[in-house]
Design a protein around this ligand. Structure first.
Ligand SMILES: Cc1cc2nc3c(=O)[nH]c(=O)nc-3n(C[C@H](O)[C@H](O)[C@H](O)COP(=O)(O)OP(=O)(O)OC[C@H]3O[C@@H](n4cnc5c(N)ncnc54)[C@H](O)[C@@H]3O)c2cc1C
Length: 453
């Protein structure tokens, strides 16, 4: 049940656990992208900083090593919410910062020699039923309302869309060039090596038991540091004071064997465009550098109390549904073997709005709540944390997600009921739309519950 990425990322160096007390300027909790980009950007700005990273398992163990590999310009927070609180300019600034983030990542990968199979082919959101075409065109109109033109988002008619992706049916697609397909685990490992080259110490198998003012406590030693960066995303629910901060929602993935050239002649994705369709219960895929389809989706149940356990990474029913959906979208892979199945938790805040911040009084910086769109947003988070911690007033520190506080989730069992009922509602909308119906009141209800997502 090892992920495709874990298996194909090449050998991983073993890093020692923390063996005793130590001093640092900054201690980072969690060696996913958030923690690693934060360490990297701090050291890039202040090479003399002493940075220690403590990771409970190993580099890229969490969502960062297991995701769908869409390095996109998607920011999960709703534009309406941003505009209401901060005005129209803040919406545009946030989106532009996300566009820029792809350039920053691409440049950094080149500078650091990180090979993570980067291919900037954009994203195709395909309409596979008429209701998707309507919704995606509304989405396009929304982009236009905020001032984003053809160079950022455009409609491909059926013929043009079919020339790029051979899924069935294909009624047209909303295309954006702002996405790269990547190999997630190679990015995590490459980043860890880059921060080590800049002098950080990364300790694996080092669980942080407590975060206190000026120190973190691990089983075999304490790290004393003025600044603590909490970068634990879905695992944040383990801290008693943050139990209701996010719900861990499981996203599951499958991957096919490498597919022969004649399959790709028909299936397309020649630029390794990432792809999805217009359904509400999200699916996502990419053509991997070694010619497979890696394909994932939501739909796994939420577990009472927000538990995060290895057993939840697997759900036979969801894997089966993913396989059926993939084979029906791409009849070309009807006989292809599915070689890998895995999953992981994403962190969803109550208002679906990610945040980054630094509380100088407690010395704790944090970022997260990316709702499953964190591959690129974590880089923006890392740069922002570095500016906040070092006291640099910058365009980044004025973005609307800085210092945002999401309301807490409801106590259990209300949370369990609400999350699972919403999941069932959204799945029922997809079924109705696939059958050619327009479930209006359910759609309105879902929009309300999900903050217009
Ligand atoms: C299946 C799947 C598919 C996804 N697809 C995409 C995608 O295509 N595009 C996209 O943008 N996003 C995607 N995401 C989301 C994206 O992967 C995450 O938003 C991002 O990786 C979050 O990075 P992070 O570093 O904040 O968290 P994580 O990668 O989860 O890292 C947190 C780390 O903290 C460690 N930790 C936790 N508690 C402790 C402790 N007490 N002490 C020490 N260490 C601790 C964990 O072991 C973990 O390594 C997907 C997620 C999943 C699960």
């Amino acid at each position: 049940m090892v992920s495709l990425w874990e298996e194909t990322a090449g050998p991983a160096p073993e890093r020692p656990a923390l063996g005793g007390d130590t001093d640092a300027d900054v201690v980072v909790v969690g060696a996913g992208y958030t923690g690693l980009w934060s360490a990297y950007e701090l050291l890039r700005r202040e090479p003399s900083l002493r940075v220690v990273v403590c990771e409970r398992e190993h580099v890229g163990f969490g969502a960062s090593g297991r995701n769908g590999g869409w390095c996109s310009a998607l920011f999960a927070g709703s534009r309406e919410q941003t505009a209401k609180r901060h005005g129209r300019d803040a919406v545009v600034a946030m989106q532009r910062a996300m566009f820029d983030t792809l350039d920053v990542i691409e440049r950094t990968l080149a500078e650091e020699g990180i090979d993570c199979d980067w291919a900037r082919g954009g994203t195709l959101q395909v309409a596979t039923v008429p209701a998707h075409a309507r919704r995606l065109r509304e989405e396009l109109a929304d982009h236009r309302r905020w001032g984003f033109g053809e160079e950022h988002y455009r409609w491909l008619d059926g013929a043009e869309s079919r020339s790029r992706i051979g899924c069935r049916p294909n009624l047209g697609a909303l295309y954006t060039p702002h996405c790269a397909a990547i190999h997630p685990a190679k990015l995590a490992r490459g980043l860890a090596a880059a921060v080590e080259r800049r002098g950080a110490r990364v300790h694996e198998r080092t669980p942080v038991l407590a975060i206190e003012r000026g120190r973190v406590v691990t089983p075999r030693g304490t790290v004393r540091a003025e600044v603590v960066v909490r970068a634990t995303e879905a695992y944040t629910t383990q801290w008693p004071q943050h139990r209701r901060a996010v719900v861990p929602v499981y996203s599951l993935m499958i991957a096919t064997e490498p597919l022969p050239g004649e399959v790709w002649e028909d299936a397309g994705l020649a630029q390794r465009e990432t792809f999805t369709d217009g359904r509400r219960l999200v699916i996502y895929g990419q053509r991997t550098a070694d010619g497979r389809i890696a394909f994932g989706g939501r739909g796994a149940p939420y577990h009472l109390g927000g538990q995060v356990r290895p057993g939840h990474d697997r759900d036979r029913r969801v894997f089966g549904a993913l396989e059926r959906t993939l084979r029906s979208l791409f009849p070309q892979v009807a006989d292809a073997a599915v070689t890998h199945r895995w999953g992981g938790p994403v962190g969803v805040p109550r208002d679906w709005y990610p945040s980054v911040g630094y509380d100088r009084a407690s010395g704790v910086a944090w970022a997260g709540g990316y709702v499953g769109d964190g591959v690129s947003t974590t880089n923006l988070a890392g740069r922002t944390i570095a500016d906040l911690v070092l006291g640099h007033d910058s365009d980044l520190t004025r973005l609307p997600w800085v210092g945002h506080r999401s309301p807490p989730w409801e106590p259990e069992p209300l949370r369990w009921l609400g999350v699972n009922a919403t999941r069932a509602l959204v799945a029922s909308i997809d079924r109705a739309e696939a059958a050619g119906r327009e479930p209006r009141w359910r759609t309105r209800l879902a929009n309300r519950l999900l903050g217009a997502h």
